[in-house]
Ligand binder design. Structure first.
Ligand code: PDD
Length: 288
């Protein structure tokens, strides 16, 4: 995956090889920070406002003061695209930590947040989008504040690795049998023409693609029910899919040993992917 050379750090644009990360840094030592991943299509951000709003919500939730207003942040991120002459499909990664200070759990006083942002190329995964993906289920052992997009991702990393070692793409997480979300995406079950997904409580991330799916289901007259489905519901699901900025609207065709529907992406999932492709202005959509 190509990394574009110009990064943004402390309101400056600099070559990635010049970026120095200090030794005592709260993001590194405590995971004391937040992040966002924003999808880019043909050199333009998708769901830009939603992501920037969530970055500020996450910062507020951990009492982290960002050194920019929302408008300044947006201007800087847009400038990053031009500075890199970004024209392809890709993603932006941005993180903000509580800064560099001698290691001590309590917040340092008078220390500025460290921020950096950079761009990668990221082609759409047409194989996944056409054929769907396999998943496993795992207990959700994360904390109660998963609405914060925090740098503390160890449980997510371990769940994703378990999926990978089982030849799967994602791990579907559950608390006492109620499905919350996946290690790095939101998850949905379709039954009798209705879409079910966990309510946006504190214990899941309110995904930006999920917000878009809320719009698409309204436009398409598909009922979206914010009610957690259970592991037991999975065996009788008509369809399942997951969403994220990197996965888009992605069909789930297998959960553990259970095949979902006929093992191919279902009709509602395809309609929602088509709506996504239209909303994101994607050239050469696969669901025309
Ligand atoms: N992950 N839930 C979790 C736990 C996530 O990490 C993500 C995104 C989502 C979907 O959010 P959105 O639709 O805003 O991308 C849900 C990103 C892509 C990541 O960590 O790489």
């Amino acid at each position: 995956m190509t990394v574009y050379p110009i990064t943004l750090t402390e309101s400056k644009f600099m070559h990635k090889d010049l970026l120095k990360y200090p030794f005592e840094e709260r993001g590194l030592q405590f995971g004391d920070g937040i992040y966002e991943v924003i999808r880019i299509y043909q050199g333009s951000y998708y769901l830009f406002e939603e992501h920037v709003d969530r970055l500020f919500r996450s910062a507020d939730a951990i009492k982290l003061e960002l050194p920019y207003t929302k408008q300044e942040m947006k201007d800087l991120l847009l400038e990053l695209l031009t500075k890199n002459d970004m024209k392809t499909d890709g993603k932006l990664y941005i993180q903000a930590t509580r800064g560099s200070a001698p290691r001590d759990h309590a917040f340092p006083v008078g220390v500025k947040s460290n921020i950096y942002a950079y761009l990668n190329d990221l082609p759409r995964n047409l194989d996944h989008l056409t054929n769907g993906v396999k998943t496993i289920t795992q207990r959700d052992v994360r904390w109660e504040n998963c609405f914060i997009k925090s740098l503390n991702l160890l449980p997510n990393v371990l769940a994703k690795q378990e999926a990978k070692e089982n030849g799967c793409y994602e791990a579907i997480l559950h608390r006492e049998g109620k499905v919350t979300e996946c290690s790095s995406s939101n998850v949905y079950l379709v039954k009798d023409g209705k879409v079910y997904t966990h309510p946006t409580k504190n214990n899941i991330l309110h995904g930006c693609v999920r917000m878009a799916v809320e719009r698409f289901t309204t436009d398409l007259n598909i009922p979206l029910i914010e009610e957690a489905f259970t592991l037991d519901d999975i065996s009788s699901a008509d369809e399942m899919f997951l969403t994220s900025s990197t996965s888009e609207v992605l069909s789930v065709v297998q959960v553990d040993k259970t095949t979902i529907g006929n093992g191919r992406p279902g009709n509602i999932t395809k309609q929602l992917l088509a709506a996504y492709e239209k909303d994101a202005n994607i050239k050469n959509p696969i669901q025309a």
